[in-house]
Design a protein around this ligand. Structure first.
Ligand code: PLP
Length: 365
């Protein structure tokens, strides 16, 4: 617990820590938003006030990511999970193939949905190695007539992350960036589409960001429900139906915070420093702690590790909880420990955790 502001050291994997200044501002603006006499949750999504918030969030996103003009930015609902279905529903024609690069459970879920619509196949998989690593670029062989290639940029559960994305030439590369969106600069022009649930780096759950290249819209299937077509949301500036207005406001405020903190270059540097503090505690422990991911595939967002002596792991997690660290249990499907160090997790929290790890080790070895 950070005693100065009574905030816990929050390492949750998502929903996760939000910038304190954003929460405080939202609190201040909650009951009477900028003199309107009502909260954002109570106003029309067609009002000029909300339009400003909505378009402001889109233009901040465009600016921070240097999104080229031939891309649209959408705010949808249904989480990243709905994108697993919408992508093949829109882009995969019966009998057509799409390549999926398999780096964890979220890639598996995306692939399973695509099987309902076309003929997806695995380009490469690191499953036999317990998803400890990202495949090398040389391992990736895709077909030149694939509808798209799908990649998960950061594997939240296993703690691995792509550092260099494959060049798929004319085949649209579609990336699930749910757990590392806006954690560093990205060359958007390398992708046909990027999508992410907001609840890790961007705001509360309920908003899904989609950045889509306009030429893909012409290739979408027509025989699908209106609300599931990307073109529907492009044509209505994501206001086809009532959007998650408060979530979009929060997302815009989080992006403002990113801007005010120096933009993505600074955020990326901070993230490197934060992750290093915890990885150092693992690497300098003489095997007391072991990292799950291979060195070259390590994520700067989700740090996965084990306490090598199994009987001590439970104690580590319960003592950590007792002293105020939240969210350190690994995902229920893999166990172990995981510290998620998203953009809004302060360096002090990472330092405090590393210190706790060192102390726990000296107490028990
Ligand atoms: C990489 C990745 N993709 C997809 C999802 C699913 O996201 P949602 O819960 O928004 O559907 C998650 C959730 O943690 C994730 O980490």
């Amino acid at each position: 617990m950070d005693q100065s502001n009574q905030r816990t050291f929050n390492f949750n994997a998502g929903p996760s820590a939000l910038p304190l200044v954003v929460l405080e501002k939202a609190q201040k603006e909650l009951v009477n938003f900028r003199g309107t006499g009502m909260s954002i949750m109570e106003m029309s999504h067609r009002s000029a006030t909300f339009e400003d918030i909505h378009n402001g969030a889109i233009s901040r996103m465009r600016k921070l990511y240097s999104i080229p003009n031939d891309y649209e930015v959408l705010f949808l609902q249904g989480g990243a999970s709905l994108q697993f279905s919408m992508i093949p529903m829109n882009f995969l024609k019966n009998g057509q193939q799409a390549g999926y690069i398999m780096t964890g459970s979220w890639s598996e879920k995306a692939l399973e949905e695509a099987k309902l619509f076309g003929e997806p196949y695995e380009i490469a998989s690191t499953k036999t190695d317990k998803y400890r690593n990202i495949p090398t670029l040389e391992e990736l062989q895709f077909h030149l007539d694939d509808a798209y290639v799908h990649v998960t940029s950061n594997n939240t559960i296993y703690g691995t992350q792509w550092s260099t994305f494959p060049d798929t030439s004319n085949i649209p590369l579609i990336a699930d960036m749910s757990s590392d969106i806006m954690s560093k600069p990205v060359d958007v022009s390398k992708f046909g589409m990027i999508y992410a649930g907001a609840q890790k780096n961007l705001g509360p759950s309920g908003v899904t960001v989609v950045i889509i290249r306009k030429d893909l819209l012409a290739k979408t299937n027509e025989e699908i429900p209106t609300i599931l077509k990307y073109s529907t949301h492009v044509d209505s500036n994501s206001l086809y139906n009532t959007p998650p207005t408060f979530g979009i406001y929060m997302l815009g405020e989080v992006l403002k915070w990113v801007e005010e903190n120096g933009g993505l270059d600074v955020i990326a540097k901070n993230n490197e420093v934060k992750a290093k503090v915890i990885y150092d505690a693992i690497d300098n422990s003489n095997g007391f702690y072991t990292g799950h991911a291979t060195l070259e595939s390590r994520s700067l967002m989700n740090i996965t590790f084990r306490v090598a002596i199994e009987s001590l792991e439970k104690l580590f997690l319960s003592e950590a909880k007792e002293v105020g660290f939240v969210g350190l249990n690994g995902h229920r499907s893999v166990g172990g420990c995981r510290a998620s160090t998203y953009n809004a997790v302060p360096l002090e929290a990472c330092k405090a955790l590393a210190e706790f790890m060192v102390q726990f080790q000296s107490k028990h070895s």
